[in-house]
Design a protein around this ligand. Sequence first.
Ligand code: 9MR
Length: 375
Amino acid sequence: MKRRDFLAGAAALAACSPLPPGVARSVSRYGLAQHARRSGRHFGAAVKSRLLREDTAFRAAVARECDVVVQEYELKRGTTEPKQGKYDFSGADQIIDFAQDHGMRARGHALVWYAANPPWLEPALKSASGRERQRLMTSYIDMAMRRYAGRINEWDVVNEAVEPNQGRADGMRMDSMWMKALGEHYIDTAFHTARETDGRATLFLTDFGLEHDSPRCERRRTALLKLLDRLLGRGVPIDAVGIQGHLKPYKERFSERQFANFLRTLSGYGLKLSITEFDIADRGGPPSPEKRDREVASIAKAFLDVSLDNPAMGSILCWGLSDRYSWLSNFPEYKWPDGQLSRGLPLDARMGRKRLWDAIAAAFDAAPAVGRRSA
Ligand code: 9MR
């Protein structure tokens, strides 16, 4: 992202923000979900049950800002099925109960992923044969979707299926145990099973690295579109694509035109869209937090304006809500070497609203209205 793009974005932000920065936003009783609602959209965040239990300020912030929640890790199989057939849904249950108590929707993340699996699973998959291999995958879809039927209405059925850097000509991720054991048809089986298990749920294929104007993202977009061509051609029941939206503006450029085209291609397939894990890695930005916040807000506004301009875009979810708890502060590629917190989420470490909050609210306020829908 060039500096003049940032500045142009910042001016646009100032022009359309409904609230003067710094003052009114801190006292507005309208949360981001209310801003989202005006155009028929939803806003949410990934949460951890411990934080909802132990940090009352965080809990209140989630209740104020969100109308959707998703589990940051507590529906991943490494957490829920530590031993084969022995389930522990206690963390996810608390999050779903919180959603219900507050009249919120809940997403489920993620049924089939190459990562965050229990240690017993890959050896079991390697030694199994035929149907048993499939069953090792479908048993979890069945168990989790049945448990939350009617309470979780959107599921990330398969997460992160493509990785062109791993050298396959079709761009599929090679280090997935599912890909190795079952081939690409693991995705077909996962979605068919999900559809049969809960026919009312909206089924998502989700992935990252689709956002920037960079060779890396271009390869990933191409691989995903080709995969969708094959899957939809085979009649696989995919309802929606979740674009994770982990932006890294200080490493890769963003092109509004290019991202808009990509979204148009996806919605042209008849797919619903959501941004499912939005945040902005600020490492590499200006040393002044104030200046960095302005730039981060400006890139967010540009990204969300394009996203919300597409009528298929139903929800924006951030991956966390407050900088106090962002994964970005701990992840090797994104964490600051001096240990300062990453500032990639709408609330600061004290649950105060930042310029990024203004940018998200302003993008929702400016978004063309769409009929309220489920994804
Ligand atoms: O933020 C999540 C972190 O707390 C977990 O330890 C990790 C493994 O379960 O997953 C992180 O969330 C990832 C998400 O599930 C998929 N997209 C990338 C997210 C950040 O790594």
